[in-house]
Structures are given as C-alpha cells and as structure tokens.
Design a protein around this ligand. Structure first.
Ligand code: NAP
Length: 370
C-alpha cells in the first residue's frame, strides 16, 4: 500500500512538472501577427489594435480594409460601443482566459464587438442587405472603419428612428438583457424581478425589457442613478449606498445580477421558494485575478442540485433574431438605449475603455468612427 502511494505521488509530481514545462514553453512561444501593421496596406483603413496586453498598448493603426466573401456584407462602421467584454480581452483578465486568447500576447490583435454603420457592399449570396442599408450588430474587430459580417450573423437593419449611437449600444448589452429576462429568468407578468447593477449597460436594457414582460421591477443602483432607473420604468429603486437588498425582507422571483457583490447564499436568502438567480457578470477591471467570478457558476450549479431555487450563470448568445426583436422594441419606443457619453473618434477609444473599466458607466459608452 505504501509503495503504491509513493508511486502515485511520483506520477502526480511528474505530471505537474510536465504541465509546468508545457505552460512555460507555450508562454514564450505565444506570439501574434502584429508585424503586419508595420507594412503599408494596399487598401488602408484605420483600426484599433493591440500587440501586448494592457490599455496602454492599444494603438490606432493602418490595417488592410477587408473584402467580403459571397455570404458577407462589408460595413462602413460609424459608431461602436464599449463593453466590459472588451477590457477583459484588452487586459487579458482574469488570467485564466489567456489559456484561450494568448498566454503572453493576444493571439487576435483586433478588438471590439458592438457597431452601427452602413452596408457598402454585399456578397453574391446575400439577399437580406444591400449597399446603403443602415445596420447594427456585433462582430469581432469592430473597432475599425470597416468590418465584414456574415449576413446571417449578429447584424440587422437599423430602424430609421434609432440613431447610429443608439444602434451601436445594443448588441452585447441589449442581447444579454433580453436573453436574461426572457430565457434564463423566464419572467412572467406580475413576477417580482430585482436587477442588481440597474444603471449600467446591461441593467438599463434589462429594467426596460423586464417591464415589457409585465414584471414588477426593482433596480439596484447608487444615489446619483436613482432618478435614471426610475425613469426607465423601475417600480422600486434600492440605493445600494444606503440599503443592502440582501438584508431586506422583500423576496424576488428572479434576480438578475450584473455586479456579483453578494454571495450566492445571500442572494438565495431573498429569492422566493422557486425563484431564479441569474449571474450575468461582476468584478472590476482591477480585481479579476486568476479566475475572476468563474468559481461562482460552479458553486451555483452544485448549490442548485440541493435546493428548489435555480441558480446559475448565463452567457449571452449572438442571435440575429434577438437583435431584430431589440430593433423592434427600440423602434416602437418601448426600449431606448441610454448613452452615458460619446467620444468623437477612434483615437479616443483607449479613454473610453479606461472609463468603462472604472465600473460606473451610466448606460452605454459610444465612440464615433468618422
Ligand atoms: N454573461 C454574459 O453573457 C455577459 C454579457 C454582458 C456583460 N456581462 C458582464 O455583466 C457585467 C455588467 O455589464 P455592463 O455592461 O452592464 O457593465 P457596466 O456598464 O460597466 O456597469 C456599470 C454599472 O454598474 C453599477 N454598479 C457598480 N457597482 C455596483 C454595486 N455595488 N451595486 C449596484 N450597481 C453597481 C454602476 O453604477 P454606479 O455608478 O451607480 O455604482 C454602473 O452603472 C460585467 O461584469 C460584464 O462583463 C456578462
């Protein structure tokens, strides 16, 4: 028995050394294609790129203007919006994500997702869009003058009464809010819904969307945002600087948590007996560490096995259908994009990311792409 134990310890140690060596070599071999930005492009356009992690390494570069394939459209981007998603990539945090996006340097040097713009050209199989159409959606590398997007991907026509800034606000935050309320929360008329982080990008959409589903909505925000959240239709607003929602006597059928600043047990304590807790995100840019909030979904999954309430994390899925639903909601005036500030040009993008990293944006932060 003792001998077996000794051998098992040896094998574990050898595996640990091999894993360490593998990571060490992979780390030093980790590179990207940044060299291409030093050659003059044949068809230049301006784009934001980063060769190393960190906002200070974001640069406005001359990149090659993309060419659409038969199933894609070429879009002249006019406005983009910044999400916490972007700074996760720019900073490479929590560090665990670097296993996928590049250990030492970012593998993909382009950044950004949310955009609004005009179709400049369409591939021969594209029937939904034509040159001149104004569109909005999400596409990797959107912080640029031009992008190509799959015509069946996360892109849709922008209603005429929705501005480019509003259109650029929607993809990540609006889609997350819609899928959280409708799919993960399965919100029904008359249910009580609490939205923690009601004044941010996701929260401002979530309050309005939960109201369209007939919910009784409580928004949690700081003092300066109380009026804003009320104006979005919230029935009750909790100022987190004065009151802790997890210590009050109210119970909620659904909690949508954009902040993650209370434990799972505390949140469970204010759920109704069959309530649902949906973790959307949380954690600031400076405290992501190795795993960020990634241990929480696992804990929530285990916890859900032993209780009647449902607790878990959601990951929003890109969806053209959902984008069109959000476009309709905005066209009809039932949902509006709340815009905190608008930066004038792509070279101000690092400032926009730094601002979102502070964690106190009121709605969305836009950067125009002249
Ligand atoms: N799972 C997914 O698929 C998914 C999709 C999108 C986003 N996310 C994540 O969801 C989170 C929210 O995204 P977002 O775009 O809404 O971020 P955001 O716009 O940066 O959110 C900022 C808002 O958070 C509020 N806030 C900060 N501390 C708070 C607290 N203790 N209590 C209540 N509110 C607080 C701020 O209000 P004050 O200024 O009043 O403090 C501010 O309005 C992020 O972590 C993001 O990464 C996840």
């Amino acid at each position: 028995m003792k001998k077996l134990l000794k051998w098992m310890i040896r094998i574990v140690l050898i595996l640990l050394v091999v894993a360490f060596l593998f990571l060490f070599v992979a780390y030093w071999r980790s590179t990207n294609d940044c060299a291409r930005y030093s050659a003059a492009p044949a068809n230049p356009m301006k784009a934001i790129a980063y060769c190393d992690y960190g906002v200070a390494n974001l640069k406005l570069v001359d990149a090659e203007k993309p060419t659409p394939n038969d199933d894609q459209i070429l879009i002249r981007v006019h406005a983009v919006s910044v999400n916490p998603y972007d700074w996760h990539f720019v900073e490479g945090t929590p560090y665990i994500i670097r296993l996928g996006i590049g250990l030492r340097k970012p593998k993909d040097t382009r950044v950004g997702v949310d955009f609004a713009g005009t179709v400049e050209a369409a591939g021969k199989n594209v029937t939904q869009f034509k040159p001149g159409d104004e569109v909005f959606g999400g596409r990797g590398g959107a912080f640029a003058q031009y992008i190509c997007a799959r015509a069946t991907g996360s892109v849709t026509l922008k209603p005429a009464n929705v501005t480019l800034e509003q259109g650029a606000s929607v993809d990540i935050a609006g889609m997350t809010a819609l899928q959280a309320v409708r799919d993960r929360g399965s919100v029904q008329p008359g249910q009580t819904v609490l939205i923690n982080g009601a004044s941010g990008g996701v929260g401002t959409f979530a309050v309005q969307i939960a109201k369209t589903y007939g919910a009784d909505v409580t928004g949690v925000c700081s003092t300066r945002n109380v009026e804003l959240v009320q104006s979005l239709g919230a029935d009750h607003v909790i100022d987190y600087t004065k009151e802790d929602y997890t210590k009050a006597s109210e119970r909620y059928d659904v909690i949508l948590d954009n902040v993650g600043n209370h434990s799972l047990s505390e949140n469970r304590g204010v759920l109704t007996p069959k309530g649902k807790y949906v973790l959307i995100g949380g954690g600031g840019a400076n405290n992501q560490g190795l795993l960020g909030i990634m241990t929480r979904p696992l804990k929530a999954m285990i916890m859900s096995k032993f209780i009647d309430q449902q607790m878990g994390m959601m990951m929003a899925e890109p969806s053209q259908k959902d984008l069109a639903i959000l476009g309709d909601l905005m066209q009809s005036g039932k949902v509006k994009a709340i815009i905190d500030r608008t930066y004038k040009s792509l070279d101000e993008l690092p400032d926009a990311i730094r601002y979102v990293e502070e964690g106190h944006a009121r709605g969305k932060v836009i950067v125009m792409v002249p």
